[in-house]
Design a binder for this molecule. Sequence first.
Ligand SMILES: [Zn+2]
Length: 94
Amino acid sequence: MAADPKKKYGKKRCKYCEMKVDFIGYKDLDLIKYSLSERYKIMPRRLTGTCKKHQDMVTKAIKRARQVALIPYVVDRHRVIENPFDAIKPLKTK
Ligand SMILES: [Zn+2]
């Protein structure tokens, strides 16, 4: 049995609103990662509590990030790792 994802994501509050983010681009991997599962799938809003505005933004950003190969489309089931972003070196944009 997999762990209940609802517990992992805690109370339903929009993380992006709390961090006062007004734009999420495809290079903002440290923002995007809050909405990715361990298989790099986009987490649904009902689990993360992300608001509509930010969910739309992050969805677009994730799809773009996949196109430019910052995050994978699929993960081999033998290579699933607990925290995907330990394995990815994010682009340093600052
Ligand atoms: Zn929000």
